[in-house]
Structures are given as structure tokens and as C-alpha cells.
Design a protein around this ligand. Structure first.
Ligand SMILES: [Zn+2]
Length: 222
């Protein structure tokens, strides 16, 4: 369903036809949502879905769902629905595990890239981790930590004062999540699929962005 945005109250909302007024404030002539607004709308919606189910998931699942959402590009949602439906939800545990390994491979690659960039800026990660009251890590050069590395620092861990490393990614028991997910985790996937299955997919926009994920499909190449 196409998205619209209100120039007065900045409400972003879906509507099958071009709406005449904003449903929140009544302002006339809402605009077609921009690409950034489109991303914001879906990212917020999906993290709300995750937050609903997260309390009943295992810690591994809570960390893993962060990775899955991080790697999902809202614009490539037609592709995500395809993966979720055929390679996760309706797949054998073996195929599902293969899909997850592909996501893990991609996330690890991005974390390594962020680490190289951080070193080039002259910052080093410390092994010990302190946090501010709002949970932000108290590390030098936090602004230079890239998005994948920041996500890794948002992982829950048994020892919150140990800085996260690749072990926190490799330690996620993906085989268990593939074979015996909790009901909350499975419901999260179903709700996610429901939320994105009708996202329009203008092919011209999709293909370049979705390309890095296409290699997940060709698992023999890895
Ligand atoms: Zn409005």
C-alpha cells in the first residue's frame, strides 16, 4: 500500500488511494512519502513488532532478531518476504539454518568493515565496557562506530562489562533457533511477514540494494 506523509504534523500513513486530508490533523493535500520516510515508517513498525514479542524470546533470539531487522532493507521487502516464507518459515531446519548462516556471514562482514574504519579514525575498542545511564557505551570515538558495530554493542550478554566481539555473533545458537524457536520468535517472524508482504517493489529501485543479499540464495558459492 502506498505511503503518504503530512507536511504539517509529519504523520506517515498508508492509504490505498491518494488521501484528501491527513487522518491525524486534517491538513489537506498530504504528500507521497519520500524514500527516507518510507524507511522510517517500516523500521519503526518492525521494531515495535519485535518489542512486542522480545520479552518471551530467548536472549539468543533477542540478539538475532536485531541482526535480522538490521539486515532487512525496507525497500527490498518483497525479497525479505520471499526469504522469510520459503527459506525460514516453511523451510526444513537445515535450510533455515543455511539462510541464517548467510545472514550471519553478511553481518560479520559488516562488523569487520566498521572495525577497520574505526581503526583508520585512530580509535581502538577496549575489552572492558562501561555504559552511560541511558545504556550508550562509554567509549572513545563512539560517533565513529559504524552501524553494524553499534548494533553489536547493543547485544545483551551474560557479562555486560565485557566489550562484545565476534564471539558474541558466533556464539548465537542458530541451529537451536532454526530447529526449536520459541513461540514468541515464530510469531515475530509471522507478524513481520504480514507487515511487509504487500510492500510495493519498484524493480528499478530494488535490484542494486538487494544484490548483497542475493548471495544468500546461492549457498554453494560460499
Ligand atoms: Zn497531519
Amino acid at each position: 500500500m502506498p505511503l503518504y506523509t503530512c507536511p504539517r504534523c509529519h504523520n506517515i500513513f498508508p492509504s490505498p488511494d491518494k488521501p484528501t486530508a491527513c487522518p491525524e490533523c486534517g491538513h489537506l493535500r498530504p504528500l507521497t512519502a519520500s524514500e527516507m520516510e518510507f524507511n522510517v515508517f517500516y523500521r519503526n513498525r518492525l521494531s515495535r513488532i519485535r518489542d512486542n514479542h522480545a520479552p518471551s524470546m530467548s536472549m539468543d533470539e533477542r540478539n538475532w532478531t536485531r541482526v535480522l531487522l538490521f539486515l532487512n532493507n525496507p525497500k527490498a521487502s518483497f525479497y525479505t518476504s520471499h526469504l522469510l516464507r520459503n527459506y525460514v518459515l516453511n523451510a526444513t531446519p537445515e535450510l533455515c539454518l543455511d539462510t541464517y548462516k548467510g545472514y550471519r556471514w553478511e553481518f560479520t562482514r559488516m562488523v569487520k568493515q566498521d572495525r577497520i574504519a574505526l581503526q583508520l579514525e585512530g580509535y581502538r575498542e577496549s575489552k572492558l565496557l562501561m555504559r552511560r545511564e541511558d545504556g550508550t557505551p562509554l567509549v572513545k570515538g563512539w560517533d565513529c562506530y559504524g552501524p553494524a558495530l553499534r548494533l553489536l554493542y547493543s547485544f545483551e550478554a551474560a557479562d555486560p562489562h565485557k566489550a562484545p566481539n565476534l564471539g558474541n555473533i558466533n556464539g548465537i545458537d542458530l541451529a537451536k533457533i532454526a530447529a526449536e524457536p520459541t513461540e514468541a520468535y515464530r510469531q515475530f517472524l509471522l507478524d513481520w511477514l504480514e507487515a511487509v508482504k504487500d510492500v510495493p517493489s519498484p524493480m528499478g529501485f530494488i535490484i542494486p540494494e538487494a544484490k548483497p543479499l542475493l548471495k544468500l540464495m546461492k549457498k554453494d558459492d560460499r
